[in-house]
Design a protein around this ligand. Sequence first.
Ligand SMILES: NC(=O)c1ccc[n+]([C@@H]2O[C@H](COP(=O)([O-])OP(=O)(O)OC[C@H]3O[C@@H](n4cnc5c(N)ncnc54)[C@H](O)[C@@H]3O)[C@@H](O)[C@H]2O)c1
Length: 359
Amino acid sequence: MTRTLSVPLAERSYDIHIGQDVWEKLPDFLAEGMKGDHLIVVADERVYRLYGERMLNLLKPSGMKVSVHEIPEGEQSKSFAQIERLCREMARLGIERGSVVGALGGGVVGDLAGLASSLYLRGIDVVQLPTSLLAMVDSSVGGKTGINIPEGKNLVGTFHQPGAVFADTTVLKTLDTRDWYSGMAEVVKIALTLDPELFRYLEGIEDLGPSGGADPVRFIEAACLRKADVVREDEREAGLRRVLNFGHTLAHALEASLGYGVMRHGEAVALGMQAALVLSKERTGLSADQYSRAMAVVDRIPVPEVSIPRDLTEFLVRDKKSVGGKVTAVLIRAIGRAEMVPLEDPGELTQALRTAIGD
Ligand SMILES: NC(=O)c1ccc[n+]([C@@H]2O[C@H](COP(=O)([O-])OP(=O)(O)OC[C@H]3O[C@@H](n4cnc5c(N)ncnc54)[C@H](O)[C@@H]3O)[C@@H](O)[C@H]2O)c1
């Protein structure tokens, strides 16, 4: 079963192809939908080892010249150093305005290659080829690109929509269980903030793990549909799109303070959602019943034991939603209904996390 959704953004509109073997559609898309004749595939070392050859073989019929750029695996590659390496490689390879970047990998590759494609020659086309669950349900859609700096996660980035997204679900079979769950955290986020029906589907699946029986095409499609709706309404996150940051203010602070890569992004988001639910019960009137149901689903995402840093304030106030140094929390009033709540004290979030994990 395959699905094609569209993200309608006038001249920046594009399609998301989801399902088994959708990569087979790539050569035709490149030949017909893209103007250039040179594609640079950016992949991390693990993904390239697993899928590089298949991708190169698939691309042969497109008639394009294909180059490859590998980056080290992991969150630490979202750095200025890797942006510089990639841009200099593009220059050496003769990448031109009409050339295309193919971001083959998880969210790290998507964010890094997306950013480089928006900067190089003031912007060239990028096609997102997500291989992790997280990238399929979230990061490959919507055009956010970014890298981290020691002062904070994703603080440097651009909006640069892809020309298309091809989420070939056959590749999910090689994903580590931890990375699977990390993607599931973003699915749960979409369900809790925007999609009660998706929430009920997840609630009915006791095991959210890779062999738990959930149908990936079903929930990738649901997540992408919701995200496409939000991006159509608010491409540059001036309002509605901020709800997709549920659990993320705290997650980004944890990732930056613990050191990038110590936790998977989705694991940090799961902890952030636990805290946001505790705070929602106190601040928005989320009912006890909905709180318990929501927490029960978030609890199905395993998170490693970490010692929560004493003070996350400096990272929390640098959150992109902060106004005048005041942190704004994304909370839920009910399952599927998010709202923004300004916090007097960012410490409320850290305290809510301590309550959630019984620290
Ligand atoms: N741009 C956005 O809108 C957005 C949204 C959410 C998250 N993100 C970003 O996404 C990043 C996290 O993404 P991620 O979890 O995909 O991390 P990742 O890219 O590091 O991938 C996780 C791991 O899975 C491996 N992997 C990927 N596909 C595989 C496959 N098919 N088989 C085997 N291994 C595979 C990778 O090599 C890596 O080791 C974070 O940096 C986060 O900030 C961005």
